[in-house]
Each structure stands twice: as structure tokens, then as C-alpha cells.
Design a protein around this ligand. Structure first.
Ligand code: ATP
Ligand code: MG
Length: 364
């Protein structure tokens, strides 16, 4: 097999700082595990605008289409707030997602034991939590037509959005959830509002059909999304993989995120259709943004970006055992009490900088 390729787009703000720590880990894999990646680096966001006048060039877009995986830091910053809409740093990221057709957004909610007291819930409810929310990312009510604000026949203003899902859109995100479940706890819970929404009725039917035809060995359940939100807060460990639409996924993944603590800990993956090698097109990125308030001060927590690379190891590079190794190293340094500023709670800990955290994870 040829060396797998990884395109790194550090972006703006703390993006380059956290990516420096990921580079240390990639170097470690090359030196100590003989795991080589063909790494290239390019610009996205404000820094691309500064150099090229656009937040993503066609050349970078083409590289992203060809790479086995893309790892992105963060984009944006206050200095770009007054730019024309089409030139804003965020448009670079949106173009990547759209042109790579990344329809399946994976947001794990994983609670490291050492941080269980950070949760809004009791330690017992969250310690050891490891669930994955799969959100449909390219369709549904955020994109459906017709949409807009207009004056209706009664002379009143009216705001309209349309929730619309086709069979194939539901089936492909369902498949991505079942595939994930096979590599995890073999359990999928699908959430919609089939009791009040037609798109929910179809959602439930299609997920069930894909299950029965292609994944009968995976355990499937259905839940109304409002009840799902309640269950996530009451007893999150009952879930393994949750698959849901764009709107409900937006809400439920934020709820799930807060079960586990800091924004500085949360990775994500956005996956598209399978490429020639059978792996999906993929963009990995931390959930957090460019955090201009702490940029350049060595305060950023690199763990969200490091865990995003762990997801790349697992889902793009077929290196599940190495992803486990990396997550175990993160767990170990947290258990030893190392804390970037965002993780510093009432129980204290050893304060570390961005690079000290990265070095400690490499050592672990
Ligand atoms: P965006 O619009 O790009 O999502 P945002 O303004 O919503 O950005 P962030 O840039 O993620 O949010 O920052 C939100 C807060 O969380 C800030 O106070 C920031 O300092 C903090 N924060 C975000 N990421 C990290 C990190 N990796 N380590 C430490 N603190 C972080
Ligand atoms: Mg934000």
C-alpha cells in the first residue's frame, strides 16, 4: 500500500498552535511505530485571504479532494469581521465541506475519567461515557426550499423553512452510522419526530430498511428526538451511536458535548462518500473555533485537535489500535493531573502550556 496522504490546514488563531502539537505526534508515529504519512500543509481561512485574497484557493481545494484525509485547525478572527461575505474565513471551511460532499458529521462525546467532575451531571452518570452522534450535515431544514421571509396574502410577514429529506440522503447517513456501530458497540439509536413530521416518518422507514437489508446484525432502536434529549441528560451511557438529522443533530450534539466538559477536548469528523480505497472522504477538525482571545499565548488546549487526528487514524487510515494508543496517552496525562487553563477546575492540577501538554502526550 502506498503511503497515506494527509493534508494539514492549520488556519487561524490557535489553529496553528494546536496543529504544532499534532505534528509532534505524527513525527513520533513515523520514528517509533514506522507509521508514515505523506503530509502536506496549506492555507485556509483568514491566513489564505491575507496571502491569496480568498479564504480557500482552487489549488488547495484540489489537494483536499485528493488527500486520504484533511486535518483542519480553526478559521476566523476579529480582523476579518468586515470582509465581504464571500471572502470571510468561514467560507473556506464551508467550501471544503460542500465540495467534498461531507454529509455525515461525527461528534463523539467521550468522558475521560480524570475530567468526570467537569460534567454538568454526576460523576457516575458520565465517567467512562463513550458515545458517537452522527448528524446529517448537508440537507434538511437548514437547506430545504422554499425558504425566506416574505409578506403573505394577509399582509403579514412570514418566515419559512422547509424540512426535506430524500430516501438516498437518509440511507447514506444511516449506512455511515451502521458502519461505525460495527466498529464500536454494535448499537444504533435513530432519532426523529415521526409523530409530527413527515420527513421523520420517512427517516424512520428508510433507516429501518437499510438496517434490515444491509446491517441486520446491528442492534437498532428508534426514539423521538425530544425524548432522546431527555435520555441523553438522564442516562447517556445507554447509547452507542445516535443517528439523526441536521437540525436535531445540531442540538443533540451540543447537549452531548456538555456532558463531557471543555470545548478544548472535543474532536469531530465529517465524512463523505467512499473513495477508491474504500475509505470515505474525510475532514477532521476540533469542535472549537480560532479562540482569538487566547491565541498566541500558549494557553490553547491541543487535545481536541490531537483527538481529531486519532479519529483520522481510526476512520481514514485503518489504524484503530494506534488511535486507541493515542487516546490512552491523553487519558494518562489527564490522570496525572496535567491541565491547560481551560481544564483547571476547583480540584487544581499541574498547569501546563499548549506545548507542554503536547510533549507530555508524546512522552506518554
Ligand atoms: P467559532 O465561531 O469559530 O466557533 P467561537 O467564538 O464560537 O468560535 P471559540 O473560538 O471556540 O468559539 O472560543 C470559545 C471560547 O472557548 C473562548 O473563550 C476560547 O478561548 C475557548 N476555547 C476554545 N477552544 C479552546 C481550546 N482549544 N483551549 C482552550 N480554550 C479554548
Ligand atoms: Mg462557535
Amino acid at each position: 500500500m502506498s503511503t497515506p496522504s494527509l493534508l494539514i490546514l492549520p488556519g487561524d488563531g490557535i489553529g496553528p498552535e494546536v496543529m504544532t502539537e499534532v505534528r509532534k505526534i505524527i513525527d513520533w508515529y513515523g520514528a517509533k511505530r514506522d507509521l508514515q504519512f505523506d503530509v502536506s500543509e496549506d492555507l485556509v481561512g483568514g491566513i489564505a485571504y491575507d496571502k491569496h485574497g480568498v479564504p480557500l484557493t482552487d489549488e488547495t481545494m484540489a489537494k483536499a479532494q485528493e488527500a486520504d484525509a484533511v486535518l483542519l485547525g480553526a478559521v476566523g478572527g476579529p480582523q476579518y469581521d468586515n470582509l465581504d461575505f464571500s471572502l470571510k474565513p468561514e467560507r473556506g471551511l464551508l467550501r471544503l465541506r460542500k465540495e467534498m460532499d461531507l454529509f455525515s458529521n461525527l461528534r463523539p462525546a467521550q468522558c475521560f475519567d480524570a475530567l468526570a467532575d467537569f460534567s454538568s451531571l454526576k460523576r457516575d452518570v458520565v465517567a467512562g461515557l463513550d458515545i458517537m452522534i452522527v448528524r446529517e450535515l448537508t440537507s434538511g431544514v437548514y437547506f430545504g426550499e422554499p425558504r425566506g421571509v416574505s409578506v403573505n396574502a394577509n399582509g403579514e410577514r412570514e418566515g419559512v423553512n422547509t424540512q426535506r429529506y430524500t430516501e438516498s440522503e437518509i440511507a447514506r447517513v444511516a449506512r455511515s452510522a451502521f458502519e461505525l456501530a460495527k466498529r464500536r458497540g454494535n448499537k444504533v439509536c435513530s432519532m426523529e419526530k415521526a409523530n409530527v413530521m413527515e420527513s421523520g416518518v420517512l427517516w424512520r422507514e428508510v433507516v429501518q430498511e437499510v438496517h434490515d437489508k444491509e446491517y441486520p446484525e446491528v442492534e437498532l432502536s428508534h426514539m423521538y428526538a425530544d425524548a432522546g434529549g431527555m435520555q441523553l441528560c438522564r442516562w447517556p451511557k445507554q447509547f452507542d451511536v445516535i443517528v439523526t438529522d441536521n437540525l436535531f443533530g445540531d442540538l443533540l450534539s451540543d447537549v452531548a458535548a456538555m456532558l463531557t466538559g471543555s470545548l478544548g477536548m472535543l474532536p469531530s469528523a465529517s465524512l463523505g462518500a467512499p473513495m477508491e480505497n474504500g475509505r470515505p472522504k474525510a475532514l477532521y477538525e476540533p469542535v472549537h473555533g480560532s479562540a482569538p482571545d487566547i491565541a498566541g499565548q500558549g494557553k490553547a488546549n491541543p487535545i481536541a485537535c490531537i483527538l481529531s487526528f486519532a479519529m483520522a487514524l481510526r476512520y481514514s487510515f485503518d489504524q484503530g489500535a494506534e488511535a486507541d494508543r493515542l487516546e490512552a496517552a491523553v487519558e494518562k496525562v489527564l490522570a496525572e493531573g496535567l491541565r491547560t487553563a481551560d481544564l483547571m477546575g476547583p480540584e487544581g492540577g499541574t498547569p501546563v502550556s499548549t506545548s507542554q501538554m503536547g510533549d507530555a502526550i508524546v512522552a506518554a
